[in-house]
Design a protein around this ligand. Sequence first.
Ligand code: ZN
Length: 547
Amino acid sequence: MKLSAYLFVAGLIFISCKEKKQTETTDIPVIKTQAELIADQYAAFRLTTDVSRLSEKEKQMIRLMIDAADIMDELFWFQTYGNKDSLLSSLPDERMKPAVILQYGPWDRLDGNKAFIENVGEKPLGANYYPVDMTKDEFEMAQFKDKTDLYTFVRRDASGKLITVPYHKMFEKELKKAADLLIQASELAEDPGLKTYLVLRAEALTSDNYRLSDLAWMDMKNNVVDLVIGPIEHYDDQLYNYKAAYEAYVLVKDVEWSAKLERYRKFLPELQKSLPVDPKYKREKPGLGGDLNAYDAVYYTGDCNAGSKTIAINLPNDEEVQAKKGSRRLQLKNAMRAKFDKIMVPIADVLIDDEQKHLINFEAFFGNTMFHEVAHGLGMNNTINGKGLVRTALNEHASAIEESKADILGLYLVKQLHSKGELQGDLHGYYVTFMAGIFRSIRFGSSSAHGVANMIRFNYFNEAGAFTRDPKSGKYTIHFEKFEKAVTGLTRLILTLQGNGDYTGAGKLIEEKAKTSEELQLDLERLKAFNIPIDIRFEQGIKVLGL
Ligand SMILES: [Zn+2]
C-alpha cells in the first residue's frame, strides 16, 4: 500500500515533469513531427529493372556509373545548400534526417521552400551559387567575367568584389574522380556510341565544355545502358535561372517501348506547323535527329532526386546542339508508373467526378507526359523581335513559362495526333487524366516551375469554364468542349509570350494566375487527410538492383 502510494506519487511527479518539459520546449516535438510528416509525403518505390537482360559488362558499367552518380550528389549538396555534413551532424534529432536528405537541405521544396528546422533562416534564392549577401542590383551593376555562365559560382575576392569560380575549378578533385569512373566504364562499353560519349563526358566534367559530349550523346542510338550526368538544369538557381545543378540518372533502355515512341518522331515538323499561332511564331524547325525513348531508371542523384522526382527528361539543353541534332526525350517508365499508381489514382478517387473517374488510365498519363517532352522541342528558342533567346528574355520567369508551354502544348499535340488516328484510346481519357494531373502537380507548390505552371493552368481552365466543382461532393467534372477551347487558347497565349520575349506579360500571367484559391487549398488539404503521398522517394542502389 505504501509502496504503491509512493509509486503513484513518483508517477505523478514524473508525468508533471514531462509535461512541463514539453511546454518549455514545444518547438522540438512540433518540428520533429513536421520533418517526419514531410518524409511521409513521399511513397517509397524500389528502382529496379530486369537485370537478367543485361550483359556482365553492362552490369559492371552500371556499378561504375552509380559511383560517379554519387559524386554528383555531393556536388549538388554543396550547390544547393553548402556543407551537408555539418548540417546533418547539427540536427537536434536523428528523426529529421530522412526529410533533410530528401530535400537536400532544411527547406521543404514542395512547400515554397519553408524551413522545417529551427533557426536555419530562409533559403537564399541563389542557393549557394551566389554570395548570400549579394543583392540583385549589385550583381546587375557589376562587370565580371562569365557572370551569367551556366557553370560558374559567383563569389567575392579578397577585396569583396564579385568574381566567378568555374565548377571544374571549385570541384577539381571530385570531378577528376568522376571522370576516371566514366573512363573505366567506357572501357567496358561494347556500343561504340556509348564508348565515345563516356570518354567525351569525362572530359566535359573536368573542363565545363559540354557541347562535344552532348553531340556524342545525341549520336549514340543503340546503347542499352545510358548515363545522364553533369550540371544540367537551372531551376535550382531561383535568383536568375543561370546556374546549372549537378545530377545523374543511370538508365536502362526499354527497347520495345522505345520502338513504339520512335513512331512519333516523324510527325515533329508537321506538328510544329499545326501550332495554333501566327506563322511568325512557328518558323523554327524542330530538330529531326531527335528521338524518344523509354527507360527504367535505376539510380537518381543530385538535382533530379531533390524533392519531387522527374519522370521524363528532354535533353540536351544546349540550343546549338538542339538545332543540329534535335533532342532526346527520355520517358522514365518505372518512375512514371509509380506516380500513377501511388498518387494519380488515389487523387482521382477524391477529386474527380464519379462519372468521369473511369476515364483515367496509365496509357493517357504516359501519353500526356511523353507529349510534354515533345512539346519542349517545339515552338521557339529565339524571340521573333530581336530580344535574343526566349530563355534570357524571360529571365526568372523562363522556367515556369516553358513548363507551362510543355504541358499545355503537349495536350494540344495529343488532340492533333488523335484526330489523325495516330494515337489510340479515348481522347476524353487524356483530358480527365490531364486534369487529375493538375491536382497532382499543384501540390509541388510555388517554388517549383511545375507547380507554378499547374496553378496557371488550373485558374485559366477555371475562368474558361473547362471544369466545374460540385460543392456537395467537392469533385470536379470536365466539360470537354470548353476544355478543348481552353487548351488551344492557353497554348496560343504562352507561345506568343515566348515568341515576343514578353517579360512583363509573363510576369503578369504568373502574378495573376499562379495562386491557389481557398477552395482549392481545402481540396488539397483533403488529399492530405487521405494520406495521399505528394511524391515518391527511391530505394535504390546496387543491392536493390540485385547486382
Ligand atoms: Zn518539362
